[in-house]
Design a protein around this ligand. Structure first.
Ligand SMILES: C[S@@+](CC[C@H](N)C(=O)[O-])C[C@H]1O[C@@H](n2cnc3c(N)ncnc32)[C@H](O)[C@@H]1O
Length: 345
């Protein structure tokens, strides 16, 4: 990110955009005077010869659960996991989390308040068009909530959502759910797109033939980018963050809901880990007939960076974050991270 981002004038201009008063996009900032502890930006680029992790490299090592594999192999094996779990995914989510994932998703979406768009240049923020890109959107849980909040609660019909996922099996379940659960007005503004989050220059509508031309999600075309329980499965997270930054408009918001670390509460953390590693693969075996996929899911949670490490990756990708940059849910079992693509000076 440019060193100019750290200039006080720009920070002052960015501050109102980060303010939260029920209709906000970013966590609450205290009203005391602004200081560098309240808004994080990446340090000036010193051009150090660090490896370019944001450029995908199929042969670079990464991890698949506790195993070390190449980026290409991880992509293939993650695809296998989600193809295998697609049909049982929604039922298993409820069983594994005792329904808590619904509460986290509700909170995530209401904290973003889609449909009320105070940063718009339109005269009325309640009718302003807003385009939401739900990455790794799977079977549609986040996208459906976004549409409900925008169209029904905020009464803004000018909000559209693209659900994007690398896995057509997950998207197909999502499309069937949309057809059976959403009113026609919401189905009309919902698109399903096959794409690898690490490269949004090459996407296809769900169901397009293999030789159909690919499409690029244009630069600066998205108002709100969401990713829920998806990013830990990516082979190259910096590449995905770079793509998020590319497709977002200046002032647009990156928002991520992901499993995280509950280690601030050691006893609770111990019980949670015993449950995860002991029960979840077993439930996967009994209910979905697939122990290995659910073993991967718990291992991938364990391998995901801490709240602070992930926050720093978001800042490194060029976003500004308010406060500490994340919100813990259920003691840190999950966390919400948000960042804003800076507006131009
Ligand atoms: C645990 S599911 C989450 C689905 C949905 N967001 C939710 O919260 O219910 C993770 C999703 O990430 C998708 N995924 C994994 N790697 C991906 C990638 N590189 N690009 C896009 N989607 C990916 C999987 O196909 C799967 O649908």
């Amino acid at each position: 990110m440019s060193a100019a981002i750290a200039r006080p004038a720009l920070l002052r201009r960015a501050l109102p955009a980060l303010r939260n008063s029920n209709n906000s996009l970013l966590p609450v900032l205290p009203s005391r005077s602004f200081s560098s502890t309240l808004l994080r930006t990446s340090p000036p680029n010193t051009s150090s010869p660090t490896p370019d992790y944001a450029t995908p490299d199929p042969s670079r090592p990464t991890h698949f659960g506790f195993e070390t594999v190449t980026e290409a192999e991880k992509r293939e094996r993650v695809a296998g996991v989600f193809t295998s779990v697609a049909e049982s995914y929604d039922r298993m989510n409820d069983l594994m989390s005792f329904g808590w994932h619904r509460i986290w998703k509700d909170h995530f979406v209401s904290s973003l308040n889609p449909g009320f768009f105070p940063l718009t240049s339109s005269p009325d923020p309640r009718t302003a068009p807003q385009h939401i890109l739900d990455i790794a959107g799977g079977t549609g849980d986040i996208a459906f909530r976004m549409l409900h909040t925008a169209h029904v609660i905020n009464q803004n019909p000018n909000v559209s959502v693209t659900i994007s996922d690398i896995n057509p099996a997950m998207l197909s379940v999502g499309k069937q759910r949309a057809q059976s659960q959403l009113p026609a007005s919401q189905q009309a503004v919902l698109n399903f797109v096959e794409a690898n989050a690490e490269n949004l220059t090459s996407t296809k509508p769900l169901g397009a033939s293999p030789d159909a031309p690919t499409q690029k999600i244009p630069d600066e075309s998205v108002d709100l980018y969401t990713v829920a329980f998806g990013i830990r499965n990516f082979s190259n997270i910096p590449a995905a963050l770079r793509e998020a930054h590319r497709v977002l408009k200046p002032g647009g918001i990156f928002a991520c809901l992901e499993f995280s670390k509950a280690d601030k509460y050691p006893l609770f953390n111990e019980i949670y880990k015993r449950w995860s590693f002991g029960a979840i693969p077993l439930i996967g075996q009994l209910v979905a007939g697939d122990r290995d996929s659910y073993q991967y899911l718990v291992e991938s949670i364990e391998r995901f960076p801490s709240q602070e490490e992930f926050r720093d990756m978001i800042v490194d990708a060029g976003f500004v974050v308010g406060g500490k940059g994340y919100e813990d849910l259920t003691g840190g079992v999950a966390a919400i991270h948000k960042g804003m693509k800076p507006r131009r000076v």
